[in-house]
Write a protein that binds this ligand. Structure first.
Ligand code: SF4
Length: 278
């Protein structure tokens, strides 16, 4: 039996000029060697080892993982496991999760570690919300999304509108649903919105406007007219910054907004607005 590695002798023989019979013999010996059970086993162990090394290196910065009620969008009110990543390329004026954007309150976790944590805190829950920070800014987030889909989770991804979602859809039938923010003027981040992101929003996704002024409402109206979204569209107030009546009146006085759904962030009414992990 040949060594499970192709021997130097065999490799060396290829560099020389040989008769047709010798070439045939070399070829059959090489085939025999690479098809041997020992070679196949060793190759598969090497691949497994490389995969394990890759998994250990591909870490995601996690701010917190917790079980709560989804506070908004299409799954509002539903028990959900939240995976909050750390870090965001934006700095919205009204950000209520700055603890997940700056500082050092986070942990680098591998995908298996994140999956274990999800299994541990809510074994029966099949709804996940991947949020942030900006989850799509994590270089290995796609691995996590794929792992969740493989385990038949329904995955809501909350993203800020500044990163192209089309790279993270994981196939058209994947149970991944994006809620894409359009940052209005009050956020200070409107110039970071990428037109291609909104062009990629699908019927099964959602677009969300967080508004704090009349200018924000006007922006929402013009963006909706421009993109003609087929997805669900939500509008939320910046907490205690604009009257709920102003938003309601604006929606009802514009026929282009008949598909818009006005929503309040449920968790801010159940728990104190500053409470983390809810
Ligand atoms: S995109 Fe979200 S997480 Fe990032 S700064 Fe704005 S509100 Fe905060």
């Amino acid at each position: 039996m040949y060594d499970v590695h192709l021997s130097g002798e065999l490799n060396g023989m290829y560099g020389k000029t040989h008769s047709a019979d010798t070439r045939k013999l070399i070829s059959s010996k090489v085939k025999e060697a690479v098809n041997s059970p020992e070679y196949i086993l060793k190759r598969s162990k090497t691949m497994e080892k490389k995969k394990e090394e890759r998994i250990q290196q591909e870490k995601i910065a996690i701010s917190e993982i917790f079980y709560s009620l989804q506070g908004e969008s299409r799954s509002a009110g539903k028990p959900t496991v939240f995976v909050r990543t750390f870090g965001c390329p934006l700095t919205c004026t009204y950000c209520d999760s700055m603890y997940a954007n700056t500082g050092s309150d986070f942990r680098q976790m591998t995908v298996p570690e994140i999956m274990n944590k999800i299994h541990e805190i809510a074994p029966a829950c099949k709804s996940i919300c991947v949020t942030g920070g900006e989850p799509l800014a994590q270089p290995h987030i796609r691995r996590l999304l794929q792992a969740l889909i493989a385990e038949h989770y329904r995955v809501d991804v909350e993203t800020s509108g500044c990163i192209d979602i089309s790279n993270y859809m994981c196939g058209k039938d994947a149970t991944i649903y994006f809620t894409v923010d359009y940052k209005c003027p009050t956020s200070g981040m409107e110039d970071r919105m990428l037109p291609e992101v909104f062009a990629h929003v699908r019927r099964k996704d959602a677009v969300k406007f967080v508004v704090g002024s009349e200018a924000d409402l006007q922006t929402m109206l013009s963006v909706i007219k421009q993109y003609k979204f087929t997805s669900a569209i939500y509008v939320s107030p910046i907490f205690e910054k604009i009257s709920l009546e102003t938003i309601a009146d604006f929606i009802l006085s514009h026929e282009e907004l008949t598909e818009v759904r006005f929503q309040l962030q449920l968790h801010k009414y159940i728990w104190s607005p500053e409470t983390r992990g809810v």
